[in-house]
Structures are given as C-alpha cells and as structure tokens.
Ligand binder design. Structure first.
Ligand code: CAA
Length: 257
C-alpha cells in the first residue's frame, strides 16, 4: 500500500511529505494521522530542531477529501469530532514548522499551511478557501486564521468568492513569508529550516511561543509574556555562549540548554 505521508530527516530538519498525488494530496484520516505521527516523532527526537511540511509540484493539498466526507451527517461530524480530533497536531508542535507550498493549497490544504508557523511558497502556489462552492465553509480554521494573516477584506473576498490567490498576491497580503522559484522551493526551505535548527532550540521555542502569544492576548499581556520569557533566557547556557561568542568574535556552539 502507498504510504500517504513520507517522512525523512535532512540533518537537523524533519521533512514531512504528503503523498497522495492521484488525489491532489486531499486530506483524509490516513494523511492527517500520518502527519500527526511524523510530528510526534520529530518532536520527540532531540536531534531535530525544525520541521517542514510539503506536498508535490501540483499540490500542497487540495483540501479535505471530499469523497471521504460527502456523506457525513451532523451527528457523525460532531461525535467523531471531525477536524478537531486529529487535524490540529501541527498547532501544538513546539518546534517550528514551515509549510513549503507548491501548486494548490485549497480549503483544508490552505488551512493546514496556515497552522504552520510560516509559509514559503513556490511561484506556482495557489491559495484559496473554495468551500463555498461545495455548499460548506472552511472548517479547519480558515475563517479565523486567514483574516488574522491577510485582513478582513481579503479574507472575506477569498472565502465568499471561492477564488484562488497566486503566490505574488499571497506574499503581498502577508500570508506567505517568502516566494521562491518552484524548482528551488524545497532546497531553499530546507536551507532556511537548517538555519533555524542550528540555533538554540529552547530559544527558538521561546520565540515561537512569544509570537503566537500575539494572537492570543492583548498587547500588554503579550508584552509581559515576552518580557518574562526574555528574562528567563538569561538562565540559559546558550545565552551565555551566544553573547560570549559575539564578544570573542567566534561562532557560538549552542547546546540546547
Ligand atoms: N478531495 C478529493 N479528491 C480531490 C480533491 C479533494 N479535495 N481535490 C482534487 N481531488 C482529486 C480529483 O477528484 C481528481 O481525481 P480523479 O482523477 O480520480 O477524478 C484528482 O484529484 C485530480 O483533480 P482534478 O482532475 O480536479 O485536477 P484539476 O487540475 O482539473 O483541478 C483542483 C485541480 C482545482 C485542485 C480541483 O481538483 C479542485 O477544485 N479540487 C477541490 C478543491 C476544494 O474544493 N477544496 C476544499 C475541500 S473542502 C475542505 O477542505 C473543508 C475544510 O475546510 C476542512
């Protein structure tokens, strides 16, 4: 049987590939559970400092698997806790996760990308929340994360029209951190992930946690959280090493403590 999720390591980076090319990487339980298991393994692996989720040239993921869910009734969706049960593992990852998106990231695929900490897009990428065309709505965070990323006007436009947004528009709107030529996407994303993974992991995690706090709290609460975590960083051997190395004009050797 084909493995619908492949995982491999590249130095200190864990790479997760969605592998259902025949279905534009549509997300069914096997795919979502596979992504969750891969994240579990990379989170537990002390050698890994950053993760990348990607698809193939044509699709990151074209959404939740429509055939899989089309006959759900309300009680099934509710009782099986559809989406919440297994889709949100990426949200709880403490190590950073980069989505490397080429081709379609639609519906649940766009939502999965937005659950990641940042999106690097190939110039071929197309983002959209076309659920309205199916008689439903985004159900994996699209109505909440998209306005936070690109503002209300564009989020309304995308979710109500069902139109797709190309990589240039996505970058201009703030959805995407970098746009990269399609044939360089994976290489460049892995390079960026290697850079992150070479830093002190506890510091990386503190930065991620602090930025995410910006979306969960008032400015004052967020600033207080940041300040406390910043103060806490002075307890790290890696802070001593990082600053000593700067003063000594040498490369720091971080030990993740
Ligand atoms: N679910 C299941 N199968 C899908 C799929 C999906 N979301 N998207 C594509 N596929 C399948 C197609 O059915 C087709 O399979 P067959 O070859 O067996 O017919 C195969 O992938 C290739 O797709 P197309 O022939 O349609 O390829 P295309 O290049 O003409 O179009 C596309 C590509 C624009 C992505 C088009 O497939 C499409 O519109 N897909 C659906 C996108 C969508 O509506 N996504 C939202 C899903 S709902 C959701 O995600 C809810 C949520 O918030 C959690």
């Amino acid at each position: 049987m084909t493995q619908v999720v492949l995982s491999e390591t590249h130095g200190k980076v864990g790479l997760i590939r969605i592998n259902r090319p025949e279905a534009m990487n549509a997300l069914n339980n096997d795919v979502v559970d596979g992504i969750g298991s891969a994240i579990d393994a990379f989170e537990a692996d002390a050698e890994i400092g950053c993760m990348v989720i990607t698809g193939n040239d044509k699709a990151f993921a074209a959404g939740a698997d429509i055939g899989f869910m089309k006959d759900f009734d309300y009680m099934h969706a509710y009782q099986s806790d559809f989406i919440t049960r297994n889709w949100e593992r990426v949200k709880t990852a403490r190590k950073p996760v980069i989505a490397a998106v080429a081709g379609f990231a639609l519906g649940g695929g766009c939502e999965l990308a937005m659950m990641c900490d940042m999106i690097f897009a190939a110039d071929s990428a197309k983002f959209g929340q076309p659920e309205i065309k199916l008689g439903t709505l985004p159900g994996a965070g699209g109505t909440q994360r998209l306005p936070r990323a690109i503002g209300k006007a564009k989020a309304m436009d995308l979710c109500l029209s069902g139109r797709f947004m190309d990589a240039a528009e996505a970058e201009k709107s703030g959805l995407v951190a970098r746009v990269i030529a399609a044939d360089q996407l994976l290489e460049e994303t892995l390079k960026a992930a290697q850079t992150i993974a070479a830093y002190s992991l506890p510091v990386v995690m503190m930065i991620k946690e602090s930025i995410n706090r910006a979306f969960e709290s008032s400015l004052n609460e967020g600033l207080l959280f940041e300040r406390r975590v910043f103060h806490a960083s002075f307890a790290l051997a890696d802070q001593k090493e990082g600053m000593a190395a700067f003063v000594d004009k040498r490369k720091p050797e971080f030990k993740n403590r």
